[in-house]
Ligand binder design. Sequence first.
Ligand SMILES: Nc1ncnc2c1ncn2[C@@H]1O[C@H](COP(=O)(O)OP(=O)(O)O)[C@@H](O)[C@H]1O
Ligand SMILES: [Mg+2]
Length: 589
Amino acid sequence: MTAFQRLLRYARPYRLRLAGAVVAMAVYAVGSAGLAYLVKPIFDSVLPQQRDLALIAGAIVGFYFLKGVGSYISSYLMADVGQRVVMDLRTTLYRHILGQSAGFFARRTTGQLMSRVGNDVAQVQQAVSETIGDLARETLALVGYMGLLFYYDARLAIVCGTLAPLIVYPLIRLGRRVRKTTHRSQEALEQLSHVSAEGFTGHRIIKAFGMEGHEADKFGRASYVLYRTNMKVTAALAALPPLMELLGGIGMAAALWYGSQRIAAHHLTTGEFTSFIAALFLMYGPAKKLSRVNANLQQAIAASERIFGMLDTHTEVQEMPGAQPLPRFSTEVEFRDVEFAYDDRRDTGILRGVSFTVRAGQMLAIVGRSGAGKTTLVNLLPRFYDVTGGAILIDGVDIRQVTLASLRGQIGMVTQETVLFDDTVATNIAYGSPGAGRDAVEAAARAANAHEFIVAMAQGYDTPIGERGQRLSGGQRQRLAIARALLKDSPILILDEATSALDAESERLVQEALVNLMRNRTSFVIAHRLSTIRRADAILVLEHGRIVEIGRHDDLVARPGGIYAGLYETQLLEGRRGDGRLVEADSRL
Ligand SMILES: Nc1ncnc2c1ncn2[C@@H]1O[C@H](COP(=O)(O)OP(=O)(O)O)[C@@H](O)[C@H]1O
Ligand SMILES: [Mg+2]
C-alpha cells in the first residue's frame, strides 16, 4: 500500500463528512458554471434589448449565493476531516513511539523523535488542508466550466483543450522534485530539532565549557541546509503561476482566433462567444489551484512516508496473544540461564548463563565493576528488554507469558536519575497510582522523609516542581521518587544506584527512606555502599556478564582471592575507612 492510500485510510471514519463536503462542492460547481453561463443572456438579451433584467440580476445573486454556501460548507467540512486525520495520525504516532523498546530510544535522540511528531505531522497537515478541499472543489468547478465550453461549441472546446497536456507534464515532473526535496527538508528539520533539544537540555555544560558559539554554529549549519532545500522547492513552485498564465494566454488567443471565424460563420452568437471566453477565463483560478495540488500532495506523501516508516518500526516488547495477568507475587523470582545481548551487538553477550533465585521478602545486592551488566540485568525484570536466552520466572511463571501491565504493576523502581514531571509535588508522587488520595500521598511522603521539605515549599503539595524537577535538589528529587514507589506499593523493588549521586546529608535521609521502602518487599539493589550491601540476604557479584560469586558478605570477604574480597580490599565498595574499618554510622542499612 502506498503512503497516499494509507493516509486515505485515516479518512475512512469520516466518510459521512466527506460525502457532505462533496455535495457542497457540487453546489459550488453549479454556482460557478451558472455564473459563466449568465454571460450569454447578458450579452444577447439584457444589454442589447433590456429584456429579463430582473431575472438575470436575481440569477447572478442566486448563483453567487450557491457558490458561497457551497464553498463555505465544503471548506469547513474538508478542513475538519483533514484536521481529524492529522490529529489521529499524530496521536497514533506518539502512542506507537512511547511503546517502543528501550533499545529504540537508545538509537534515536529526543529531538529527532520530537521532529517526527511535530514537523512531519505539521507538513502533512499543511499539505492536506491546502490540498484535499481544493482538489475536489476545483476539479468539480473545472468540470462545470468544461461542460459549458462543450455545450457552446465542442470543436472550440477541443482546440482549447489540446493545451492541457502541456500543463500536466511539467506538473508531474515538478511533483517528483518536490517530494524529494521535502524528504530532505524534513531531515534538515529533524537535525535542527535534535541540535536544539541537545542544546537546551545541556545548557549548563555548554556554558561551563564555553561552547555556546560552537553549538550555535552547529544550529546555523543545519538551518542553512533547511534554507537551501526550502528555496529549491520555492524555485520550482514559483514557476507554476507564470507557466499557467502563459498557457492560459495561448489558449485565449487560440479561442479568439478560431472563435471569430465561428461567429462569422454564425455558429456562435457574440453572447455565446463572450460567455465561452468568460468560462475560459474563470477556469484559470481552479486550474492554478489544481496545479499546486500535486506539489502539495507530494509534500504530504513525503512527510507521511517518514511517519509510516516510523509506524512500521516495531521494537516494542510484545505481549503474547492470550497473555494472562500475573497473580500477586508470593514466592520467588528466578533467573534461569539468562542470556542477553543488545540488538546492535548480537555477537557480544552482555549477560551469560545468569542463574539465581530470590525468595519473597529477600534483598539481593548486585555488585560489580562499571559496565559489568548490573543495570542490564535488572532491566530484564520489567521486560524493558527480553532475554535472548533462558528465562525469568516469577512464582514459576515465565514473565513473557503474562500481561505487561500486571508484570510492571508489581515492580517499583528507583534509579540514579529520577524522572519527575512538570507538575505538582502531589501529582508526581501519585504518578502510577491515579486513585490515591491526599492522605495516602502524604503518608508516602512522610515515609520517604519528604514531607518536611514539601510543606516548607510555598504551596506545599501543590507546588509545581518545574521540568524534570529542576527546582528541587538531587536528594529531594530522589525522596519524591521513593515516595512514588512507596505509594505504588509493589511487592518487587529495583534500586539502581539510588543514592550514588547524592551528598552525605541527603544520602542519610534517602537511605532512611529506602529502608522504609524496602521493608516487606523483595528487592534487587545495585549499590556501592558497603552498609547497604552488608544487609543483603545474598550478594551477587557480576563480572563481564557472568555471576562470579554469590553469597553473604562475611562468606565472600573470607574467600581468599575472591572478586568480592578484591573489591572490598581496593575500596571499590564505599563506606570504609582507609584502615579497613566499617563506618558504623550507616550500618543500619
Ligand atoms: N542500550 C545499549 N545498547 C548497547 N549496549 C549497551 C546498552 N546499554 C548498555 N550497554 C553495554 O552493556 C554493558 C553493561 O552495561 P550496564 O548493564 O549498564 O552496566 P552496569 O550497570 O553494570 O554499569 C556495557 O558494556 C554497556 O556498554
Ligand atoms: Mg548501571
